[in-house]
Write a protein that binds this ligand. Structure first.
Ligand SMILES: Cc1ncc(COP(=O)(O)O)c(C=O)c1O
Length: 454
C-alpha cells in the first residue's frame, strides 16, 4: 500500500484537504497588507462603496482577498478564513470548484464572447437547455441576463407584457436588486429607495412578509386588498427572505399567495436568486411547498462565480414578448459563453452530486449544532433558515456588527442582514465539510456568550 493511503498514526488528526481547512491567522485581521490595499481603493472607488452605512456604524475594516479554494479564503496578509458568506451565497460549489474551473479553461480556449441575441455561441444553447430544465414543468423558455437585478427586471417586464398591467405587488423586507425595476419593488432598507423615489415605478405596492404563522392572515389580507385594485400584473416574492435575514415563512404562505395571484389574473414571480439551485435544501425553494411559479428568477450561484442570471417562464407566458416586434431586451454580454460554460458545469455538478439534498442534510445538522451551542445565549433572539441559508438573529444591529468583527478575528467570514441589520446570515458553500460547521458553532458559542455579557 502506498504511504499516502495509510491511515494516520493513532492519536493524530489527519490534515484536512486544501479548501476544507480550519482558520489559520498569521496577523490580526485586517492585517497591514489589507489596510494598505484598502487605502489605495479608497482613493479611487466611489465613496458610497466603502463607507460604512449609517445603520452599521461599527462595521469592521475589510480584509482584501488574494485567493480562495473550496470553503477557504486567503487574504493578502496570508490569513486563512472559513467562508460563511461564499460570495453573497453565489459560490454554491465552493471557490475554484474543479468541474467549473475545467469548463472555464476549456471555454477560454474557444470563445470568450459571441454576439448575444444575434449570433449565439454553442455554450449559450447548452445553458438555455440546462436552465429550462430546472423549471418544474417541461417546455419552459429562458431569457439569460447578467445579474440578479437584471433577471428581476426581465421578470417584471415579462409580467407587464403578459398581463398588460403595470402594477407590482412586493413584500416588505424583501430584496430584489437595485436597478430601477427591482428597486421599485425593494422592501428592504428604505435608504436604498429614498434618494431615487421620484424616479421609481409608481404602481408598486407592498404587503407585510409573514415571518411566522401568527403574521400569516394579516399578510394575506393585505395581498387580497392590493390585488382587488385590479391593476397588479406581478406579485414578486422571495420564497425565503435572504438578505432580509433568512426568514422562512409558514409553509402555507406561498401556496396561498400563488392561488390569490392566479385568481386575480396576476403572475407570481418567484425570486429564487438567493434560494435557488440547492441553497435552501431543494433545487427550488418553491418546490419545498409544492408551488410552481409563473416566472422564476435565478442568479447568484448560476455561473459558479461568473455573472449570469435567468428569467424563466412557460412558453405561453414568454410568448408575450412577441407582441412587440424585434428584440426589445438584450445586452452586449447576453448569453456570454464563459459564464454559460461555467453555468452548465454548476447545474450538472449540483444534479450529479445531489448537492441540494446534501445541503438539506447538512443544513439540518448545522441548525442543530447552532441550537445546542447557543442555547441560553442571551443576545441570540432566533436561529432559523433552510438548507444552507441560516440566520442568527441578535439583539441589535450594533451587536451583530460587533459579532461580525469578532468572527473575522477568529477566522470566519460572514455577513449581517435583516431589515435592521441585526441578523448574522450564514451561506457557506453547499460542499462545506461538517467539521468546519462544528468549528463555527464552537466559535459562535464563545463569541456570542462574550457579547451577551457586555
Ligand atoms: C433575492 C435576491 N434577488 C435579487 C438580488 C440581486 O442580485 P444582484 O446583486 O446579482 O443584482 C439579490 C442579491 O442579493 C437577492 O438576494
Amino acid at each position: 500500500m502506498p504511504l499516502s493511503e495509510l491511515p494516520p498514526p493513532m492519536g493524530t488528526t489527519p490534515a484536512a484537504p486544501p479548501g476544507a481547512e480550519p482558520p489559520l491567522l498569521r496577523v490580526l485581521p485586517p492585517g497591514p497588507m489589507s489596510r494598505s490595499w484598502m487605502g489605495r481603493l479608497e482613493r479611487v472607488e466611489c465613496p458610497m462603496v466603502f463607507e460604512p452605512p449609517g445603520d452599521e456604524p461599527d462595521a469592521d475594516a475589510p480584509i482584501v482577498y488574494a485567493a480562495a479554494l473550496g470553503s477557504n479564503v486567503i487574504d493578502v496578509d496570508g490569513n486563512r478564513f472559513v467562508d460563511f458568506a461564499a460570495g453573497f451565497g453565489a459560490m454554491l460549489l465552493g471557490h475554484g470548484a474543479q468541474r467549473t474551473a475545467r469548463a472555464l479553461e476549456m471555454q477560454g480556449r474557444r470563445t470568450w464572447t459571441a454576439l448575444g441575441d444575434v449570433f449565439p455561441a454553442d455554450a449559450k444553447v447548452a445553458m438555455l437547455e440546462r436552465v429550462a430544465s430546472i423549471y418544474p414543468r417541461p417546455g419552459a423558455r429562458v431569457l439569460l441576463c447578467q445579474s440578479g437585478s437584471d433577471a428581476v427586471t426581465a421578470a417584471i417586464k415579462t409580467a407587464a407584457l403578459a398581463t398588460g398591467r403595470p402594477g407590482v405587488l412586493a413584500f416588505q423586507g424583501a430584496y430584489h436588486g437595485l436597478g430601477y425595476g427591482p428597486l421599485s419593488a425593494c422592501g428592504y432598507r428604505p435608504s436604498f429607495r429614498a434618494p431615487f423615489a421620484p424616479q421609481l415605478n409608481p404602481h408598486v405596492r407592498f404587503a407585510p412578509y409573514p415571518a411566522d404563522s401568527a403574521a400569516l392572515d394579516a399578510s394575506l389580507d393585505a395581498v387580497r386588498r392590493e390585488l382587488a385594485s385590479g391593476d397588479i400584473g406581478a406579485v414578486i416574492v422571495e420564497p425565503i427572505l435572504g438578505r432580509g435575514g433568512c426568514v422562512v415563512p409558514p409553509p402555507s404562505f406561498l401556496p396561498a399567495l400563488a392561488s390569490l395571484a392566479r385568481d386575480a389574473g396576476a403572475l407570481l414571480i418567484a425570486d429564487e436568486i438567493w434560494t435557488g439551485l440547492g441553497r435552501s435544501g431543494a433545487m427550488l425553494a418553491c418546490s419545498r411547498v409544492g408551488v410552481v411559479p409563473d416566472v422564476l428568477c435565478l442568479g447568484k450561484g448560476l455561473g459558479g462565480g461568473l455573472p449570469i442570471s435567468a428569467c424563466v417562464a412557460p412558453d405561453a407566458i414568454m410568448q408575450a414578448w412577441r407582441t412587440t416586434p424585434g428584440v426589445i431586451h438584450t445586452s452586449t454580454f447576453q448569453g456570454n459563453p464563459l459564464a454559460c460554460a461555467t453555468g452548465v458545469a454548476v447545474i450538472d455538478t449540483i444534479r450529479v452530486g445531489k448537492l441540494d439534498e446534501k445541503a438539506d442534510q447538512s443544513g439540518k445538522a448545522f441548525l442543530e449544532l447552532l441550537h445546542n451551542a447557543l442555547d441560553g445565549v442571551s443576545c441570540v433572539t432566533r436561529i432559523s433558515g433552510a438548507g444552507l441559508m441560516i440566520g442568527i438573529g441578535l439583539s441589535s444591529s450594533r451587536v451583530a456588527a460587533e459579532a461580525r468583527r469578532l468572527f473575522l478575528r477568529q477566522g470566519y467570514i460572514l455577513l449581517t442582514g435583516g431589515s435592521d441589520g441585526s441578523v448574522l446570515t450564514l451561506t457557506p458553500p453547499l460542499t462545506i465539510p461538517r467539521d468546519l460547521l462544528e468549528g463555527f458553532a464552537d466559535c459562535a458559542a464563545r463569541v456570542l456568550y462574550k457579547l451577551s455579557d457586555e
